[in-house]
Design a protein around this ligand. Structure first.
Ligand SMILES: Cc1cc2nc3c(=O)[nH]c(=O)nc-3n(C[C@H](O)[C@H](O)[C@H](O)COP(=O)(O)OP(=O)(O)OC[C@H]3O[C@@H](n4cnc5c(N)ncnc54)[C@H](O)[C@@H]3O)c2cc1C
Length: 296
């Protein structure tokens, strides 16, 4: 189906784009279009004005500065996948490389993904295991929001109607810290059935800190705090991993759908956590371990 008629505008700067949102009211931003255009074609989204961000200079970049990685809002998943700078945080590479297929990765952006807040989206699940800040821009001024406060609910963020994402800033984890992101999918170009992100900071044999998040098993990415506590300050053994997996399963809150039943998804989430802990632990000890998504 064709989208309903709309007015198309090409923004010259992020500030101008924010001004247009304020001026037009019933307007949507266009980044990669990988979520928005299908919704417009299905007529679930019918904005009167479309503000295209794609022609704004300097909105696509990956920079390392003073202990953080900065991603421009329009940075494509494929650019992150190919970046050696982003690859310094392996869980970020796992995420970018596993999103859908190459066509979607070539168009879809990190800023658009976070702004969409799709419960099945990969970025939020991964980035809440790291310290992530979202830079938000209005026509007058900007602000910084922690990712944990940015995602409010399914498809709902802290963005005001006339505000946009300008940059995503991720703190580089300390030495001895590494993560892994695994998703279970029916095929590449579909969203995962369940996913798990694990970031471990090791001090010799002891897990100094753990961050564990589950994706696609709740209305937003879920931070598995009891699972983290099961590992924190402990050696990573079969027993502590089993405790973390049980705690992760308990906090999962999936819905039954064509991808599987509630029980199936809960079991799956636990299994993904178990595998991701193993990979994160080995990576934190300096081992090079490939982590690819798992297909049905
Ligand atoms: C077949 C297919 C499979 C997919 N599979 C996956 C998957 O497995 N995992 C996954 O994570 N994603 C998946 N996606 C989604 C993809 O990652 C999208 O790129 C992403 O959800 C949205 O990014 P976008 O840049 O395309 O945003 P758009 O579609 O352009 O915009 C999405 C929404 O965000 C708003 N927006 C865009 N940019 C900004 C900004 N800078 N500030 C504020 N608001 C903004 C738009 O107005 C719109 O409401 C898939 C998409 C398709 C078509």
């Amino acid at each position: 189906m064709y989208p309903r008629a709309f007015h198309y505008h090409r923004a010259g700067s992020l500030r101008e784009a924010a001004s247009m949102l304020s001026e037009f009211g019933d307007a949507k931003l266009l980044a990669g279009g990988q979520s928005l255009i299908p919704l417009m074609k299905l007529r679930y989204a019918n904005p009167s004005h479309l503000v295209d961000l794609n022609f704004i200079e300097g909105t696509s970049y990956i920079k390392e500065e003073s202990g953080v990685l900065r991603f421009g809002a329009l940075t494509r998943h494929a650019e992150i996948e190919a970046s050696t700078v982003a690859g310094k945080i392996p869980i970020i590479h796992d995420c970018a490389a596993g999103i859908a297929d190459v066509q979607v990765r070539n168009r879809g952006t990190i800023g658009g993904s976070l702004a969409e807040a799709d419960p099945s989206g990969d970025w939020a699940t991964v980035l809440i295991t790291l310290q992530t800040e979202v830079r938000c821009q209005k026509s007058q001024g900007d602000r910084r929001v922690q990712l944990t406060d940015f995602i409010k609910d399914a498809y709902t963020t802290a963005l005001a109607q006339d505000e946009l994402v300008s940059e995503v800033v991720v703190k580089v984890p300390p030495k001895g810290s590494a993560g892994a992101y695994l998703a279970f999918k029916r095929s590449a170009p579909v969203y995962p059935t369940a996913s798990a992100a694990v970031q471990l900071t090791m001090d010799g044999e002891t897990c100094k800190d753990a961050a564990i998040a589950l994706g696609c098993v709740g209305l937003t990415a879920i931070k598995a705090k009891d699972a983290e506590a099961a590992l924190r300050g402990q050696r990573v053994t079969e027993k502590t991993i089993a405790a973390a997996v049980e705690a992760a399963r308990a906090v999962a809150d999936p819905q039954s759908d064509m991808r599987g039943s509630v029980d199936y998804k809960r079991m799956l989430a636990g299994s993904l956590v178990k595998r991701a802990i193993d990979i994160a632990d080995r990576r934190a000890r300096g081992e090079q371990v490939e982590a690819g998504h798992i297909y049905a």
